[in-house]
Write a protein that binds this ligand. Structure first.
Ligand code: AMP
Ligand code: FE
Ligand code: FE
Ligand code: ZN
Length: 285
């Protein structure tokens, strides 16, 4: 996997199953040049990966995945190359994690109304380091024998509009972009093919969007071509990654998208020109 990166990876600091250390070890074993751990509402996994990664062979760049509101569905905005000590960013992430825990309780209450008794401690245990998300509820439901599989939990109960679905607090897309910019980072629209709201791209660009995720396991060749074309049209950076959660059947495995290092170096070059390197983590030279 020469000269490749993976800029979209989840760890067990959100809804992935691998620890940040396991992610780093796997990236090194695969020979990737750079990774970004892009946990939902959290950067502690990124920080652990930086701390652990003493290798000169692998760059670990700052990343996060924020949930912004489309309608009922999410529009995910990825942040890269931000200052991981930025106070307002950290406060905002903390607030969203607190709200997630409350939301987890509401989901469990909905399930109870449906006659499915799930101890909340089991949800917290599934979440471990992470703030509670629907994947942890799904895992706890499997463990308690309420459903046979993780996917069944989503399909029958947890999908948007499902009987135990509870929406979570979200930023507007423009708030998400602005927050990432304030922290000195670049804002990228995650998996636009999956999100399916191309009509919003012009207003996001007007609001400062910096990039589009081109490589993603849910993107077919036609989508990749379309979003490359849109990125050129709007002068956006192109990014990509596996969106690995290390869960079977859910997106890709680390490294499998073969994203060229050039994508990251284009962003870093522009970023240095804008910022003069002031906000750069030492791990992202
Ligand atoms: P949350 O942020 O708590 O709403 O959970 C969203 C996460 O749930 C996503 O990032 C996925 O990891 C997972 N997810 C969402 N929809 C599905 C689905 N239909 N099947 C399996 N996992 C899903
Ligand atoms: Fe996820
Ligand atoms: Fe996403
Ligand atoms: Zn993701």
């Amino acid at each position: 996997m020469a000269d490749c990166v993976d800029l979209h990876i989840h760890s067990n600091h959100s809804d992935g199953l691998q620890s940040p250390r396991e992610v780093v070890d796997q990236a090194l074993a695969l020979g990737l040049e750079a990774i970004s751990i892009t946990d939902h509402d959290s950067i502690s996994g990124f920080e652990e990966a930086v701390e652990y990664n003493r290798s000169q062979e692998l760059e670990v760049v700052s990343g996060v995945e924020l949930s912004a509101a489309k309608t009922d569905e999410d529009l995910h905005i990825l942040g890269y190359l931000f200052n991981a000590h930025h106070a307002r960013l950290l406060e905002t992430l903390e607030r969203f994690r607190t709200i997630r825990v409350e939301r987890g309780r509401k989901i469990v209450a909905r399930l109870a109304d449906l006659g499915l008794v799930l101890p909340y401690e089991d949800v917290l245990e599934a979440a471990g380091h992470a703030a509670v998300g629907r994947p942890h509820v799904a895992e706890a439901m499997v463990k308690n024998g309420l459903v046979a599989t993780y996917n069944e939990a989503f399909i029958r109960y947890l999908i948007v509009g499902g009987p135990a679905y509870v929406p979570k607090a979200k930023l507007t897309p423009l708030e998400a972009i602005t927050l990432i910019h304030e922290a000195g980072g670049m804002a990228v629209m995650a998996h636009p093919g999956l999100t399916a709201c191309d009509e919003m791209i012009p207003e996001l660009v007007a609001g400062g969007l910096d990039g589009l995720e081109i490589y993603h396991p849910t993107h077919d060749l036609a989508m990749r071509k379309k979003y490359r074309h849109l990125a050129r049209k709007y002068r956006l950076f192109m990014t990509g990654g596996s969106d690995s959660h290390n869960r079977k059947g859910r997106f890709g495995d680390i490294g499998e998208e073969n994203v060229p290092y050039q994508y990251l170096s284009d962003m870093k070059t522009a970023w240095h020109l804008i910022d003069g390197g002031k906000n750069m983590m030492e791990s992202a030279p």
